[in-house]
Ligand binder design. Sequence first.
Ligand SMILES: Cc1cc2nc3c(=O)[nH]c(=O)nc-3n(C[C@H](O)[C@H](O)[C@H](O)COP(=O)(O)O)c2cc1C
Length: 355
Amino acid sequence: MGATCVFSALSFYQGKENFYENVILPAVHTLSPEVSHNLAVAVNMYNLIPKAKYVDSPRLAINSWGVDFTNPVGMAAGFDKDGEAVLCLHKIGFGFVEVGSVTPQPQPGNEKPRVFRLKENKAIINRYGFNSDGHEAVYKRLRDLRESKFKGVIGVNLGKNKSSPMPIQDYVQGITMFAPVADYLVINISSPNTPGLRDWQRKEHLEKLLKELIATRDAQEVRVPLLIKLSPDLTDEQRKDVAAVLNKQQCRVDGLVIANTSTERNYNLEGPHVSENGGLSGQPLAEISTQMISQMYKLTNGKIPIIGVGGVFTGKDAYKKIKAGASLVQVYTAFVYHGPPRVTRIKAELDQLLE
Ligand SMILES: Cc1cc2nc3c(=O)[nH]c(=O)nc-3n(C[C@H](O)[C@H](O)[C@H](O)COP(=O)(O)O)c2cc1C
C-alpha cells in the first residue's frame, strides 16, 4: 500500500502520461465536469503540478505583436476564467494563457448543470454563460502577478454582463482596466451562451464596435494588441462581411481568435448529452476551425495574425492550423481529456513537424 502511494506520487510528480490517462483522469472524471474543472483550477492555483521537464526548442519560439512567446501553444479562454491559475499553467508548459472571459461586474452565469462531457467524441458542451469574478478582482490578481515579476504571456478575454444595457461600454471598460497588465486583449463576440452577443459579428454592428474599441485602445498609455474572437458558425457570406470590415483601416484589429464553440450539432455526436444546449468544443470542431482559419487568412490577405483554436489534440492538429495561416494555437478540451502531459506532447510533435 505504502509502495503504491509512493509510486503514485512519484508518477504524478514526473508528469507521466500513462499515469494521467489511466489513473488520475479516470478518477477525476467520476466527478461532475464542473466540479472537476474547479478542482483542476484549484490544483493549478495552489501550484501543485510540477514544472514540465520539456525545454522549449528554439524552433517553437515566435514573436507576434512585439511579444515573445517561447512556444506557440496557449491555454484557451474559459479554463482560467478568473486569472487564478496563470503561473502554474505556464509551469506546465503553455506558451501563453488567455484568462477570462471576464465581465465588468461579477455574475454567477447560468444555472447548473452547465457543462457536459461527450467522451465518445472527445468533446464538451458548455453553457457556463460567463460566470465571472468581475473586472476588479481579476485585475488585482493579474496586477499582483506582474508585480511579482512574472514574465509569462497573458491574454485577457473580455465579455459583457448578461443584463448590460450598453455592451460596447462593457468592452471599453475592459480595455481600460486590463491594458496595463495584459499582453493582448480579446473581444469575445462569439460565445453562444450570452443572448445577442454573436450579433456583434454582423457587419453594421461590428464596424461601430471596432471603431469605438480601437479608439479606446489608442487612447491608453500602452498600446495593447486588440483581437476579436469569432464563431465557427458564421456562414461564408458572414465571414466575407467580417473580413470586409476588418480590411477597413479604422477597423483593423491586431489579431483574430478562430474559433469559439459551436451550436451546430451535425457532427455525428454520440452519448446522452448530445442535445444539451450550449457551445460544442473539442475534436468535432477541428476541421471546421482549420478551414475557417484558412478562409479568414485569405480574406484578410494574410495581414492579421491568427490564433487557431478548436480540436487541437496533437502536434499534427496544431501544425495543420499553422499551415492554414495561424501564428499561434490554443488548447482547452484536449487538456480536459489528457491533462498536463498533453502540452508537452503537442509541443514535441509540433517541433518534429516544423523541423
Ligand atoms: C468549458 C468551456 C468554457 C469556455 N469558456 C469560454 C469563455 O469564457 N470565453 C471564450 O472566449 N471561450 C470559451 N471557451 C471556448 C474555448 O476558448 C475554445 O474556443 C473552444 O473550446 C475550442 O477549443 P478546444 O476544442 O480546444 O476546446 C470555453 C470552452 C469550454 C470547453
